[in-house]
Design a protein around this ligand. Structure first.
Ligand SMILES: Cc1cc2nc3c(=O)[nH]c(=O)nc-3n(C[C@H](O)[C@H](O)[C@H](O)COP(=O)(O)OP(=O)(O)OC[C@H]3O[C@@H](n4cnc5c(N)ncnc54)[C@H](O)[C@@H]3O)c2cc1C
Length: 480
């Protein structure tokens, strides 16, 4: 997305025509950029990663700092007829839950600061990064690397760090450092009545932000994340031919069952069928213990023995370099028509493997079956987090993709494949109760199923305290 330039603003006449409720806001705060549908830049700035999400907000407000954010939130909630608010960080919610028709969208493109707070950057744990709400994964890696630090993120560089971490946060270093929620040590929020709250003053709020805080208690404008000394790191792509899928996937499950998958290993697993890319692909990542790279190479050799390797790019690299490599691959960050479903699956069972092998993604596109691999530190219970799913599992996502210029048949084929594969897995009873609401369609997101009744009751109580009026009706997870 093009970056918002200083001059982008909606004129008073456009505001009067499109969003009269915001005229006074513009009068009081002429320095805060606002875009409405008839401003020429509105549609450029409102490009969703998933082109199926075409909800147009009443207006988009771009705060640059906490004061401007407070002004925007206060204005919307204090109207005689309050204007609903939605929030957009990295814009990657696959189902468009950062926008609502008739609501004001607060867009964080202008809030991208990262402050690394530590007196001793050489220590391995005691270093916190305070991250603005517009920061994306690749921006975080760049800032941390320059300071000799590292932290886990997901594998797509354009995903917002706040959305990723507060919603769960699977990733390429999660085996070693845990989920995004486990790395959150604090947050600052603006509540719907414009108050500034720090989780240091309310441990219950910190617990809630770790897995359930995307809009339920207010707008998060600072997330404080644990960082680590930059480790030695092995990473790359490892691929096997599709017809060996059964052997490779059951071999991986067997290694896991025997307790032979060390926590240093994190992995995103993919099944895809493009001409250029082989079919069963591991995004392999290994965070070394100190100087020990030998164990990583030894584990890689075990993985390679699962089948016939057709691609192996694994090398010693840095976390930043590997994420940059992925970020620069146009297929990873491409806008397009995505149909995503997701289920948490306990294991790579023969039944699941057969399902996957019988229904590979349609050829000639970048549709894929993605598996977030939850192992190691990801599974360690964390009672200080509302996040629920600590049983051994994969987050399994058949992701149908069609290019922006795809025709109706291509779009339908990708959509149908994703929907049918998901439904077949549901019908076969393969999914767990606790899944991943960040990657689940709204109609499949039942908070009680994901979190359990007790956790939901606790979350609702907290929501009553901070946001009784439900000022952010698209908040995640849905608690009302
Ligand atoms: C291509 C792709 C790859 C992904 N890869 C991974 C992965 O590797 N691992 C993983 O765990 N997940 C992954 N996800 C899921 C992703 O982490 C979530 O969808 C996440 O919520 C996206 O955050 P965002 O800021 O980019 O999106 P947005 O659409 O901007 O925000 C997502 C939700 O969070 C809310 N929100 C965002 N910022 C704030 C804030 N500051 N205060 C309050 N609410 C806020 C929004 O209102 C919206 O409801 C991926 C998704 C996509 C589309």
């Amino acid at each position: 997305m093009a970056f918002l330039c200083e001059t982008v603003k909606t004129s008073l006449s456009q505001l009067l025509a499109d969003a009269p409720a915001l005229v006074l806001f513009h009068t009081y705060h002429p320095d805060i950029p606002v875009l409405t549908p008839s401003s020429p830049d509105y549609h450029t700035h409102h490009q969703e990663y998933n082109a199926y999400n075409a909800i147009l907000p009443l207006a988009i407000i771009f705060p640059s700092n906490a004061d401007q954010l407070i002004a925007a939130v206060k204005y919307c909630t204090s109207q005689r007829a309050p204007v609903a608010i939605t929030v957009r960080g990295g814009g990657h919610d696959a189902y468009g839950r950062n926008a609502l028709a008739g609501a004001v969208q607060i867009d964080f493109h202008l809030m991208k600061e990262i402050t690394i707070q530590a007196s001793d950057l050489k220590s391995s744990e005691d270093c916190i990064a305070a991250v603005d709400p517009g920061v994306t994964a690749i921006e975080l890696h760049r800032a941390l690397d320059a300071a000799g630090r590292a932290a886990p993120t997901g594998w797509v560089g354009t995903v917002g760090v706040t959305g990723w971490a507060c919603g769960g946060g699977y990733g390429l270093e999660a085996g070693t450092w845990g989920l995004g929620v486990d790395g959150i040590v604090g947050a600052r929020l603006v509540t719907p009545n414009g108050e500034l709250v720090d989780t240091d003053d309310d441990p219950e709020l910190l617990w809630a932000v770790r897995g359930a805080g995307l809009g339920n208690f207010g707008v998060i404008f600072e997330l404080r994340l644990r960082t680590y000394r930059k480790p030695r790191y092995l990473a790359g792509m490892l691929a096997f031919p599709l017809h060996e899928g059964e052997k490779v996937l059951s071999g991986l499950q067997e290694l896991s069952d025997k307790g032979q998958v060390p926590a240093n290993f994190s992995n995103e697993l993919m099944v895809n069928t493009t001409e250029l890319r082989p079919a069963i692909m591991f995004l392999f990542a290994w965070v070394c213990d100190g100087e020990d790279v030998t164990s990583g190479w030894a584990f890689l050799a075990r993985l390679k023995s699962l089948g016939t390797v057709v691609l192996d790019t694994i090398a010693e690299t840095s976390i930043l370099q590997f994420h940059e490599l992925l970020h620069q691959n146009p297929a990873v960050t491409a806008r397009g028509y995505y149909t995503m479903h997701s289920l948490a699956l306990p294991r790579l069972t023969p039944e699941l493997i057969k399902l996957v092998m019988d229904r590979p993604p349609p050829p000639g596109g970048t549709s894929a079956i993605l598996f977030h691999y939850a192992r190691g530190r990801t599974l360690q219970p964390n009672l200080a987090a509302a996040w629920a799913n600590r049983d051994e599992h994969y987050i399994w996502t058949p992701c149908g993709f069609a290019e922006l210029d795809a025709n109706v048949e291509q779009k339908d084929a990708a959509k149908r494949w994703s929907e049918e594969l998901y439904q077949a897995a549901v019908d076969a009873g393969l999914g767990l109760e606790k899944g991943y609401w960040s990657l689940s369609r709204p109609e499949h997101c039942d908070a009680v199923r994901f979190f359990g009744e007790d956790t939901v009751a606790r979350l609702r109580k907290l929501k009553k305290k901070y946001n009784p009026q439900n000022a952010l009706p698209a908040a995640l997870p849905v608690l009302v």
